[in-house]
Design a protein. Structure first.
Length: 78
């Protein structure tokens, strides 16, 4: 784990995952992520992602698109 990164409260979990992270933390994290995000896995997420986008856009249309940035923030779409 990058010694400069603060802890997130989970043991052995890096607080950041950016390209500045140094090995071996970066190598370990990249290995985990690359296994989880294969092209096949990503394609399998397509129906879910499309449904989420459709739902969000429907809610925005119902609201009249009055506050698009606020509406797209976490917890902003109710």
């Amino acid at each position: 784990m990058d010694s400069a990164a603060p802890s997130l409260g989970a043991p052995d979990w890096p607080a950041r995952s950016d390209p500045e992270m140094e090995p071996p933390g970066h190598t370990r994290l990249r290995g985990l992520v690359s296994k989880a995000f294969t092209p096949r896995t990503i394609e399998g997420m397509r129906p879910w992602a499309e449904q989420v986008v459709d739902d969000l856009l429907s809610r925005l249309i119902q609201r009249g698109l009055t506050s698009l940035p606020l509406s797209l923030t976490p917890g902003g779409v109710a």
